[in-house]
Design a protein around this ligand. Structure first.
Ligand code: SF4
Ligand code: MG
Length: 313
C-alpha cells in the first residue's frame, strides 16, 4: 500500500490551496530474491518514484517497505545506514550522476569511506577489483568522468553501486541515456553480474524490448497505479490489461506477416494531480464502460502469477 504524494503549492486569485501530485497511489507488489522485476510505463507514471521510495531515498507518504521481513520505513538512522549496504541504485544518466570533480577512485570508493571500511590502500585495491568486475582496466582509477564514454561511465556507476556487495539494486533506466549500440553491452553486463553475485534487480524502463531481454517478471504502471503484473513470457504472449495491450502493440516487429495491430490510445495522460475517477485509465481505454468511471478496479490474481486491474477481465 505504498503512496507518495508530492505537495504542490498552487496559488490563484481566490485561494491558496494545497494540491498533491499523486506520483505513487497505493500500490503493492513483491520481489523475490534473485529475480529481475521490471517496472514499465510512460514517463511520469511513477516508476522512478517507486524505486526511490523503496530505498527510502525519498520518504513515502504512507505504506510499508519490507526488506527481508523488516520495515525499512521504521528503521532508526543507524540501522538504516547499515541496511543501505544491502540496497543500492544505478541512476539513469551516467553524465549527471558522477561528480565531475572526483576521480574514479573517489567515486567508486566513496561508500567505503562513508561506512568507514578499510584503509586507503585496501580501498584502492577494492576499487581496482570492482573496475575489473565491470570490464574496465584497474589503471583507470585516477581518471575523471569526462574522460570516459557514456557506456564506460555507466560501468563506473555500476561499480559504485556494487561496492558494498548489495543484495538488491534498483536500476532506474540504466541504459536510456546511452547509444543504442552500447545499450546491449551494458544490459548484458548487468545480467552477468546478477548471475555472478546473486543480485536481485528492480529494473525500471520505458523500453519494452530491453525489459523483455533482462526481466523475469514485469509490472506495468499507469498514472501512479499498477495495472498488471505477470511473468515476462506470459505478459508478452497474453497481455490482459488494455493499457498493456496498447504498449506492447507499439513495439516494432521483425516479422512482416505478424497480424498484430497497433493500438493507438486517444488523448494525453491525465494529470497526476487529478487522476480520473474509478479506473484511472477510463479516459483513454477502448473498452471502457459505465462502471469504469465509478469504481476503481482492484489488482487481482486471475491465474497463477498473472495479476490485472480491470473490470472487464
Ligand atoms: Fe478499461 Fe474499464 Fe478495464 Fe479500466 S477497468 S482498463 S477503463 S475496461
Ligand atoms: Mg524516471
Amino acid at each position: 500500500n505504498l503512496k507518495k504524494y508530492f505537495p504542490v503549492n498552487q496559488t490563484n486569485l481566490f485561494s491558496t490551496q494545497k494540491q498533491f501530485v499523486k506520483a505513487v497511489d497505493d500500490i503493492s507488489f513483491a520481489i523475490q530474491s534473485g529475480e529481475t522485476m521490471g517496472f514499465v510505463g510512460e514517463s511520469g507514471c511513477g516508476k522512478s518514484t517507486v524505486g526511490r521510495t523503496i530505498l527510502r531515498l525519498i520518504e513515502p507518504t504512507e505504506g510499508q517497505v519490507l526488506f527481508e521481513g523488516q520495515d525499512i520505513l521504521k528503521l532508526p538512522p543507524n540501522d538504516l545506514r547499515e541496511m543501505r549496504k544491502e540496497m543500492q541504485i544505478i541512476f539513469q544518466d551516467p553524465y549527471a550522476s558522477l561528480d565531475p570533480r572526483k576521480t574514479v577512485k573517489e567515486i567508486v570508493g566513496e561508500a567505503f569511506h562513508i561506512h568507514k571500511i578499510g584503509s586507503s590502500k585496501e580501498i584502492e585495491s577494492q576499487v581496482k577489483e570492482l573496475l575489473l568486475l565491470v570490464g574496465m582496466g584497474p589503471d583507470q582509477i585516477n581518471r575523471y568522468p569526462h574522460e570516459f564514454s557514456g557506456g564506460q561511465r555507466q560501468r563506473i556507476g555500476i561499480a559504485r553501486a556494487l561496492a558494498l556487495h548489495p543484495k538488491f539494486v534498483v536500476c532506474d533506466e540504466p541504459v536510456s541515456a546511452l547509444d543504442v549500440s552500447i545499450q546491449a553491452q551494458v544490459v548484458n553486463l548487468m545480467k552477468d553480474l546478477q548471475q555472478k553475485l546473486g543480485l536481485t534487480y528492480l529494473f525500471i524502463s520505458h523500453d519494452l524490448r530491453i525489459v523483455k531481454h533482462i526481466c523475469d517478471r514485469i509490472s506495468v504502471m499507469y498514472l501512479g497505479a499498477l495495472v498488471e503484473i505477470a511473468d515476462k513470457a506470459d505478459l508478452y504472449k497474453n497481455p490482459l490489461h488494455p493499457y498493456t495491450q496498447a504498449l506492447l502493440s507499439a513495439i516494432p516487429t521483425t516479422n512482416p506477416n505478424a497480424k498484430r495491430q497497433r493500438i493507438i490510445l486517444e488523448g494525453d495522460v491525465p494529470s497526476p494531480m487529478n487522476p480520473p475517477s474509478g479506473c484511472r485509465f477510463h479516459t483513454r481505454c477502448p473498452e471502457a464502460q459505465e462502471i469504469c468511471k465509478l469504481k476503481a478496479p482492484e489488482l487481482r490474481d486471475l491465474d497463477t502469477n498473472h495479476m490485472v486491474a480491470c473490470h472487464m477481465r
